[in-house]
Structures are given as C-alpha cells and as structure tokens.
Design a protein around this ligand. Sequence first.
Ligand code: NAD
Ligand code: MG
Length: 400
Amino acid sequence: MKTTQLTILGSTGSIGLSTLDVVARQPERFRVYALTAHRNVERMREQCLAHAPEVAVMADQEAAQALRAALAASGSRTEVRSGPEALAEVARAPQVDAVMAAIVGAAGLLPTLAAAEAGKRVLLANKEALVMSGALLMDAVRRSGACLLPIDSEHNAIFQCLPTGYVCAESVSPHGASRIWLTASGGPFRDRPLDRFGGITPEEACAHPNWDMGRKISVDSATMMNKGLEVIEACWLFAVEPSAIQVVLHPQSIVHSMVAYEDGSVLAQLGNPDMRTPIAHALAWPERMESGVQPLDLLAMGKLEFSEPEPARYPALGLAYQALERGGTATAVLNAANEVAVEAFLDERLPFSEIPALIAATLDAVEAEAADSLERVLAADYRAREVARSLVTNAEQAVS
Ligand code: NAD
Ligand code: MG
C-alpha cells in the first residue's frame, strides 16, 4: 500500500489532535509531511517530536522563532516556517496527497483553497471556508479534480448515506435523494429558561454536553450558529437548495444526520460522538479502518429523540437562512460578524444573548455583492469585521 503524505492545518486544535491520534494508529499507511498551528509552541513541539514532520508552520512569527529554538534544543530535524504563505505552501506541496483543513475560522480559507486548487484529497473540517466562499472553493475542486471529503460529523454522515460513486459538489437529486435531515444536539442551553440567557458565561457556553471541541465552535453550538453554518455548508457540498434541508434537534448526538430518498427510505449514520470516526472515514475512504472509537451500544443508549428547534431559543439559525437567501457575499458577512461576536463574548466584552443581534445588525449594514472573486469575498469579510467591531464597542459604551 502506498503511504499517504499528509498535511494537517491546525494540528494543535481539537480536530488536529484527533487526526494525529487516528494517524498514529496506522504508521505504515500515513506519513505526516507538515503540521501547522497559530501560536501554541509547546504543543507543536511535542507533536513535532512525536510525528517528525518535514515542516512545521507557525502562523505567528514569534511563535515560529520560539519553536525553532525549542526544536533545535531537542535535536529535531523539522524545518520551521511562518506566515500565511507558508500555510498555503504546505497545503499545495507536490509530495502531499491529503490535507486536513482544520484551522478555525476565516484564517483557514487561503490554505484550504490552495489545497483544493492543487487537486489534493481535502478533508474539510474548516466549515467557515465554505461559508465564506463556497462558489470559489467548489469551483476550484471541480477544476482541479480534488477529492473533497467532509469531516463535519453531519456532512460526513450525509456523505456516507449517499450512493457509492457520489462526489461532493454534485447534486444529490439525480441519486434520488429528496431531503437532508441535519441533526443538532441543541447545545448546553437546550433546556435553560430563556429569561436566564443574560448571565451565560464563556465557561458555561464552552461546556458542550456531548462533544469536546474548540472554544469557537462550542459557542457556535450553544447559539446554534454552528447549525446555521452547517446548513450553508450542506448547500455547497451536496448542491441542494436550503428548502431541502431540515434541522432536527437530537439531544443524544448518536444519529449524525440522515438522507431521505424519493422511495420513502431514510438512511442514517450512527455512532458515538467522537470526531475520530469521520476523520478515519475520510482518511481511509473508500476503504474503512480502525479509529479508536468505542463501539456504539444502542441497548445502553435506550432511546433516541427528535424534535423541532425553537426559533426563539436559536435566532442565529434564522440569520444563516437569511444570509443564504441574500446570497453572494452575505454568508461571508454572516461568518465574519459571528467570529467577531464570539470572540467578544469569549473576552467578556459582549453578553451571550447579544450575539445574534450583533450579527443581524452587521448583515443589515453591509450590502451583499456577487461572491465571484476572492478579492470581493475578502473585502466583504474585512468590512463586516469593521462594522461588527464598532458595534461591540458601542455595546460596551452603552453598558459603562
Ligand atoms: P480549535 O480552536 O481547537 O483549533 C484550531 C486550530 O487552528 C489550532 O491548531 C490553531 O492553532 C489553528 N489556528 C487558529 N487561528 C489560526 C490562525 N489565525 N492562523 C493559523 N492557524 C490558526 O478548533 P477545532 O475545534 O479543532 O475546530 C477546527 C475547525 O473544525 C473549525 O472550523 C470547526 O468549525 C471545525 N469542526 C470542529 C469540530 C470539533 O469537534 N472540534 C467538529 C466539526 C467541525
Ligand atoms: Mg457538525
């Protein structure tokens, strides 16, 4: 079997750690070519010593210098690079077969696009890249013949429920699929009375009942913007209209999503909530391999429940549909405003309950344009961040 050379963008994060865990179980099958991170030097040093990549990239320059010194002292031969161009370089390097796109947020867009343009197997966790510029990314995939495989558990489940031979970016309807059921846990505040949303702290918002994830996606799960971003992601990956996607609350997070077919069949993918399953699926596809995930015990589980999400509890979900309807750069504006609002909430500068209003105001203030070039997408992202940041400042001044 040929060894797959792998670049992991965002290796020090939650998805990065799960990916390295899966890869370490199959040393004859995978070889880590490059690891990248923002500025977590200590974790990157440990990863370089354990996996001996040829290249390590720290997006932050000072962190890169600190890593260089730490690795030299440990006798490591890994070359350290820094900056955004270095991220794209290790994503498109000729010796690389597969790229795990697991940087959080807009920072992942350019290297993910570079991997797609270079025709790699792209394992897509970085949903924000698709939300910002779905048209450009899917275009790059089609033109280069890249193999795009979803890592987000719902989208990976949907992909698994589609017929053999289906490739992402192709419409699912010719395959007889009529509806996609996107499951959502409802996050940590599923049962909290709405009048007690005011005092929610970052720690509470990051304590997800079923999944252990990075802080940004944990807050997104609590507001359900995560599901909104996932609806947009599904529209691009599976070439469906928003009306063909139904979000359903499923508190147990065992059914990861479902595809309904025109003959009345509904196919679902089930498993314990552990990201190593979709990661191993996409790494081994079209084969299967061991992932370290505990087998699912349905008898111990007992019951699986489904219900409709309450719009008043999760206004962020409605905002994602609104942005989809506006089209063009509106979803890039939605994403940027959300990133600013979540960061402000995590810094305790914005109350949790104000996150959706801030995103709605930014969407109204920044007009959508055609998302037909990277320049336009990045300009919309920039403008939305400016507007959202000034709204955060105004909100702070109103309180003090
Ligand atoms: P995380 O915060 O744990 O890790 C993020 C990684 O990105 C880190 O390695 C960090 O160093 C890197 N990074 C952050 N900012 C950067 C920058 N400016 N430049 C370069 N690198 C930067 O996040 P995560 O939970 O692993 O999520 C990663 C992506 O996967 C997100 O897009 C998220 O939506 C998606 N995702 C995560 C999960 C999950 O279970 N964690 C599930 C589905 C999808
Ligand atoms: Mg998901």
